[in-house]
Design a protein around this ligand. Structure first.
Ligand SMILES: [Zn+2]
Length: 181
């Protein structure tokens, strides 16, 4: 059986305040009955603590794994490239909308510069010659996200409204990324 993680990524939390936002998001998930308050230590696919689905979780979800050993929400608080796990083929320029084969542009260097928190994390477009931060490019066909905080729903396909409401609680822009493991 393959595993999946549905990430709700906070695009605006900083390194400094990500922990506080993580607590706020978790608190909301627990208050809504979406997650248990005490995690299983190391129970997530990544080895992180795993908060099991709460009593109201099914009403906010499309799918929850039957095997609860593998199901729950983990929280990542560090600078992270939230990627899909499967191969993206193309990347789209935010300026002109041109799609480029990944092989044709030095995208991974830009990702590494972002991850290292370097000042220049841009990628130049061969079509329009404009540069943009790698975070503003779109990976096709399933997009990636770059952030300091992510809520990872392990084998748990949440409804769009859960992601939307969680974003409202955080008061930040968020992006959903589907990681296939
Ligand atoms: Zn372009």
């Amino acid at each position: 059986m393959s595993d999946n993680i549905c990430w709700v990524v906070d695009l605006e939390a900083t390194n400094e305040d990500a922990s506080a936002w993580a607590q706020k998001g978790l608190q909301w998930l627990v208050q809504q009955g979406l997650a248990e308050s005490i995690p299983d230590s190391g129970g997530a696919l990544s080895g992180a603590d795993l908060y099991r689905p709460g009593p109201k979780a099914a009403a906010w979800s499309k799918y929850i794994a039957d095997d609860l050993q593998l199901c729950g929400v983990e929280v990542t608080v560090e600078r992270t490239v939230f990627h899909t796990g499967s191969n993206s083929d193309q990347i789209r320029c935010p300026h002109c909308g041109a799609n480029h084969e990944l092989d044709a542009v030095p995208w991974s260097e830009a990702v590494e510069r972002w991850h290292s928190d370097e000042a220049d994390d841009t990628l130049a477009c061969p079509t329009c010659a404009h540069s943009a931060s790698i975070v503003d490019w779109t990976f096709l066909e399933f997009d990636w996200a770059f952030g300091n905080l992510g809520f990872g729903f392990n084998n748990w396909m949440i409804d769009a409204r859960l992601a939307t409401e969680l974003g409202n609680v955080l008061g930040h822009r968020t992006k959903v990324v589907y990681e296939h493991i």
